[in-house]
Design a binder for this molecule. Structure first.
Ligand code: FAD
Length: 293
């Protein structure tokens, strides 16, 4: 196995063009597991850890551009106030060691339906910046996921960054696991309120071949929510039901399809309720409580 170690982005693109089958490695928290368990034995590993700039984030206009090499730990520590949904998801990833190495770029590269970064990216309308020597493509997160562990990346392309706007309203992420830490999601859900546009974004994880949005649930809220009033419990319940119905889960060792649908409905109702409480402020006495079952 040959280990390619570019130090600039141009060198990395050149290496990927020359060896399209080369496996990129960022934090290595997925790749090293695959190598150790002999899931694959690529001829070339393309180490992106030394590529200058991949570990940077910056504000560009009204959006944040976050390099593919920015770790979960830094998203929590440096961007938690601006990206609360993604930071909440990041806090649930693995352990401190995994969060210190693992990146959202790697989560995107792996494109697992269970990746915790995906639901908040979908809910907040993230865009993935990918590049090859042929040029740059900006791919909406909704179009990025193409199948189980399959993304829109072409063999000669690398993920350079992802873009999303700082939160314009409350955001929440919720995940169910078979225990509280170091666990692959049984299913997960993210919600992002966009009060200026009177719109709610959603993201579902681990309950379909790819991470997905709950489009009908979003449309329902766009029609039914009164943004100047307490949250109507019937609306929250119907939202939950529509989120559950959007999923196409499977039965597997982590949970049944029926359980996942039910859990999604509960998580959707609860996260919307928490977000609405933030939106309306603590004085909103009519707002149903966090524990509403
Ligand atoms: C103990 C343990 C616990 C874990 N817990 C969780 C969890 O709770 N939630 C969760 O979502 N994940 C979890 N993971 C999986 C993993 O940590 C995440 O998927 C992480 O985001 C991977 O990031 P990385 O930088 O380590 O990626 P890497 O392992 O370096 O790469 C992952 C994939 O992305 C590709 N890739 C990397 N960078 C690029 C790039 N710039 N362009 C194109 N392709 C690229 C690689 O080729 C590979 O296919 C866990 C892993 C372990 C070992």
């Amino acid at each position: 196995m040959e280990f390619l170690q570019p130090t600039t982005w141009d060198e990395a693109l050149a290496a990927k063009a020359e060896h399209p089958e080369a496996v990129p490695i960022q934090g290595g928290t997925d790749v090293m597991v695959e190598l150790n368990f002999d899931v694959r034995r690529p001829e070339h590993l393309l180490d992106l850890g030394r590529v200058a700039g991949l570990d940077r984030w910056e504000r560009t206009g009204d959006r944040l551009r976050i390099g593919a090499g920015v770790t979960y730990a830094r998203i929590i520590g440096e961007l938690g106030d601006r990206l609360p949904g993604l930071a909440q998801a990041a806090r649930t990833v693995g352990s401190p060691q995994i969060r210190n190495r693992g990146t959202v770029g790697g989560n995107l590269g792996a494109a697992s339906p269970a990746g915790d970064g995906h639901p908040p990216l979908l809910a907040a309308d993230a865009v993935v910046e990918v590049e090859s020597r042929r040029g740059i493509r900006m791919i909406a997160a909704t179009d990025f996921y193409q199948g189980v562990k399959r993304s829109a990346l072409e063999p000669d392309e690398l993920i350079r960054a992802f873009w999303l706007a700082p939160a314009t309203g409350p955001q929440y992420f919720s995940k169910i696991g078979t225990r509280n830490a170091m666990v692959i999601a049984v299913c997960s859900f993210a919600v992002a309120l966009h009060p200026g546009e009177r719109r709610v974004g959603t993201g579902i994880g681990s309950a379909a071949p790819t991470p997905i949005r709950a489009a009908a649930a979003e449309d329902f809220l766009a029609r039914e929510l009164d943004w100047d009033a307490p949250l109507d419990e019937a609306v929250a319940r119907e939202f939950g039901a529509l989120v559950g119905a959007a999923a196409t889960p499977i039965d597997d060792v982590r949970g049944t399809a029926a359980y996942r649908r039910h859990a999604l409905a509960v998580m959707a109702r609860r996260t919307l309720t928490w977000a609405w409480r933030d939106h309306r402020g603590p004085g909103d006495a009519e707002n149903p409580g966090r524990g509403a079952a």
